[in-house]
Write a protein of this length. Sequence first.
Length: 199
Amino acid sequence: MILPRPNEEGRVSVEKAIKNRRTVRSFTSRQLTKDQFSQLLFAAQGITEDRGFKRAAPSGGALYPIDVYAVVGEKGVEDLDAGIYHYVPPGHRVELVGPGDKRKQIANASLWQMWMAQAPVNLVITAEYARICSKYGDRGIRYAIIEAGHVGQNIFLQAEALGLRAGIVGAFNDAEIIKIMGIPKNHEPLLIMPVGYQA
Ligand SMILES: Cc1cc2nc3c(=O)[nH]c(=O)nc-3n(C[C@H](O)[C@H](O)[C@H](O)COP(=O)(O)O)c2cc1C
């Protein structure tokens, strides 16, 4: 599905977003609009360069080892069935990886942090190290993990700017998350960010 065109202007200053950002662990079931979903993914990994290559977050050697997936709950996003979606930056679109509301399974695999399952959407940031280690060797692992942090902060600040809140989770069983989501085994999950309206 091609996502709506992202906005280039908002109503919250970056200063306010930084000041107000907090890890939130309690969400309502209110669904996200397609526009909000689109904007969050664009902030995470959208192509921001006019000639269509460079992305919203910096990347060592512009090798882009990060993928962003969305775990969308039942009625989590306007006009989108529950499922696991892969964000594809060229064309600003999402592809269905597999159907079904997997939020509870994701929360269970995250040391039973069940609050995660309340959020309409969980964004999962993964790294494929081979893409960057081919140039930088083992140091590429460090670069990819740093990049994931940039992507996470972009999501946090964009959520604030949209009147949404986000959480951030690093405590989960990698292999279980990969299995539940049905994503490639070499896409190592680094961060899971539940996003929605604060309860
Ligand atoms: C890499 C990383 C992993 C984290 N993992 C978890 C987690 O598994 N569960 C959780 O509730 N919070 C997690 N947090 C959130 C921290 O607890 C939170 O950022 C910290 O308490 C500071 O609060 P603030 O984000 O509201 O400023 C994580 C944060 C980071 C950066």
